[in-house]
Design a protein around this ligand. Structure first.
Ligand SMILES: Cc1cc2nc3c(=O)[nH]c(=O)nc-3n(C[C@H](O)[C@H](O)[C@H](O)COP(=O)(O)O)c2cc1C
Length: 171
């Protein structure tokens, strides 16, 4: 099954073959998988802003301090929380985080590469992106996901399994 192998081999990709487009039907396949993420009371309090316009993408790369590699990537998706749809105060953060991870796994499963670039909880970064994307007040940008064709296969992750992180019945 894809799942386990995919989970263990996903890495952040920051080097892309520039100038290669991802078709919108592929983008929507990726977003479909993002939308199958779990969400609190199944409220699905997420929204996705796709930036595949070259000029806008490059501007976005200038705005985010740690996403300069977006310039070489094919597109970015800003995963946003819809505060009107969240089941309770603050739950949009969790819903969008789950959707973001699903999106990254979908990207990896397609042979593309992606990197989660943080927005939430950095208020200044969120505001800059909200202004740039002209988001209404109730839409909160949570994660900028950079997507493209990887220049090379990223290395296997180091072993992250740590038994000391596991606590049975009591911490
Ligand atoms: C909330 C969050 C914010 C992150 N922000 C950035 C970022 O701004 N720029 C970046 O290059 N990587 C960012 N990353 C990616 C992490 O650096 C990366 O996931 C981590 O080093 C583990 O590496 P891996 O994804 O290859 O397993 C972020 C990841 C998370 C979950």
């Amino acid at each position: 099954m894809f799942l386990e192998a995919g989970l263990l081999t996903r890495r952040s990709v920051r080097q892309f073959i520039s100038g290669k487009k991802v078709d919108r039907d592929v983008i929507e396949d990726l977003l479909k998988i993002a939308m199958y993420a779990p969400s609190a009371r199944n409220c699905q309090s997420w929204e996705f802003v796709v930036i595949d316009d070259e000029e806008k993408k490059n501007k976005l790369a200038e705005i985010h301090p740690y996403a300069k590699f977006l310039q070489e990537a094919s597109l970015a998706i800003v995963v946003c929380g819809n505060t009107k749809e969240a089941c309770e105060e603050g739950y949009w953060v969790l819903d969008t985080a789950a959707a973001t991870e699903n999106l990254l796994l979908a990207v990896h499963g397609r042979g593309l590469g992606g990197c989660w670039c943080g927005l939430y909880p950095n208020q200044e970064r969120m505001q800059n992106i909200a202004d740039f994307l002209q988001l209404p007040d109730y839409i909160k940008p949570c994660a900028l996901v950079v997507i493209g064709y990887p220049q090379k296969t990223p290395p296997m992750p180091q072993d992250r399994f740590k038994t000391e992180k596991i606590h049975y019945n009591v911490f």
